[in-house]
Design a protein around this ligand. Structure first.
Ligand SMILES: *Cc1c(COP(=O)(O)O)cnc(C)c1O
Length: 390
């Protein structure tokens, strides 16, 4: 008989009752070191006192009002995002998928408004993940996500990852947009070199195509900059954000330049929950803490410390690991074994990690993880790897 919860996930036999910082705790008090952080969501760890105060403070005032009215908490979060980024304007969603879906709609609306409604082709990349809506799976093109869900929404063309020549051959003044993650997350922690992102920006400038960045996973301080594209010194026209921005409260956003956003007038898009006071009160507190140079410098320092220790781990288990990759606290261990086997061996050592494509194990701890917990994580990963060595 089917489970009451639709079984679309292969769930581990683990349930957590509470959390403290980088630790998730089961009902019997067993503490698991959480290097998944809800897949790059809990950027400030579990039960962070600042976020609990922001949430409960807002919960006692007003939870939800419709976007038919002014929402000061939403305006405040938009101000914080616009102040710190390329964006001139922000639309709030409840998830990364909805942000991707809206970005796709904005690209289409942009060219329709420019008098060129046939200009719909969006170039995307192998290994990409933009969510699970009909538009987002078409954008990814991955067989396992699209099989059985056709016909797919038209207007996407998937190019090989990291192949500038393929992109140069494909892009033209008929291209509507290029959509790309500066660091692929689900695809296996694959950072795009800065020079390639710069070149993509140039190709977009030359052809007029919009540059749409998906920073749902790599954004919000994860790589040691507030947004990963800052390393390349370029700016996009549209950007999707989610995961870390709510620190665990469901929240997403599309950030846009004024030029890209101009056709989105009243009535063109909407969301019942998107940007409600509860979500935005938490999001604003996350932004205040994360979009701070001293905080981001710490993410970089911790990332470097973690990486150095992981290099040692790779050297100690050459049969299990191949290499470390990633940036800041968005780290991946390229494996020679199946990453799910490591994830399972990790459960026995009370450490939570996340598998990804390209045979990669993802390590996405809270951005405020303590140095001692980084050292402890590497000890536990060492024991998990030793299980697979044998
Ligand atoms: C997780 C993710 C999404 C989808 O976000 P949801 O909140 O799960 O809808 C989109 N893009 C990237 C890069 C992601 O990592």
């Amino acid at each position: 008989m089917i489970s009451h919860v639709l079984p679309t996930y292969n769930r581990a036999p683990l349930a957590f009752e509470r959390g403290e910082g980088s630790w998730a705790i089961t009902a019997d008090g067993t503490r698991y070191l959480d290097l998944g952080a809800g897949i790059a969501v809990n950027v400030l760890g579990h039960a962070n006192p600042d976020l609990v105060a922001a949430l409960t403070g807002q919960a006692g005032r007003i939870w939800h009002v419709s976007n038919l009215y002014q929402i000061p908490e939403q305006e405040r979060l938009a101000d914080l995002l616009v102040d710190r980024t390329f964006a001139d304007t922000v639309f709030f969603t409840n998830s990364g998928t909805e942000a991707a879906e809206m970005a796709i709609k904005m690209v289409r609306k942009f060219w329709d408004h420019a008098g060129d409604p046939e200009r719909i082709e969006i170039l995307t990349f192998e290994g990409a993940f933009h969510g699970r809506s009909t538009g987002a799976i078409a954008a990814s093109g991955a067989e396992k996500m699209v099989k059985g869900f056709g016909p797919l929404m038209p207007g996407f063309r998937t190019l090989p990852w990291g192949d500038l020549e393929a992109l140069e051959g494909a892009i033209s003044d008929r291209t509507a947009a290029v959509m790309i993650e500066p660091v692929q997350g689900e695809g296996g922690i694959r950072p795009l070199p800065d020079a390639e992102l710069k070149r993509i920006r140039e190709l977009c400038d030359r052809t007029g195509a919009l540059l749409v960045l998906d920073e749902v996973q790599c954004g919000m301080g994860r790589t040691g900059r507030l947004f990963a594209h800052e390393y390349a010194g370029i700016t996009p026209d549209l950007m999707m954000v989610a995961k870390g921005i709510g620190g665990g409260f469901p929240l997403g956003a599309v950030l846009a330049s004024e030029a890209a956003a101009r056709p989105m007038v009243a009535g063109t898009h909407g969301s019942t929950y998107g940007g409600n006071p509860l979500a935005c009160a938490v999001g604003a507190r996350v932004m205040e803490i994360v979009a701070d140079d001293a905080f981001l410098a710490e993410v970089n320092r911790k990332g470097a410390l973690f990486r150095q220790k992981l290099e040692g781990l790779v050297a100690a288990h050459p049969e299990v690991f191949e290499a470390v990759r990633g940036q800041g606290l968005m780290l991946g261990l390229k494996c020679k074994v199946a990453p799910v086997d490591l994830v399972k061996a990790g459960y026995a050592q009370h450490i939570l990690t996340v598998p990804a494509a390209d045979n990669t194990l993802r390590l996405l701890p809270p951005l405020n993880i303590e140095d001692a917990d980084i050292a402890e994580a590497v000890r536990r990963l060492d024991r998990a790897a030793a299980e697979l060595d044998a």
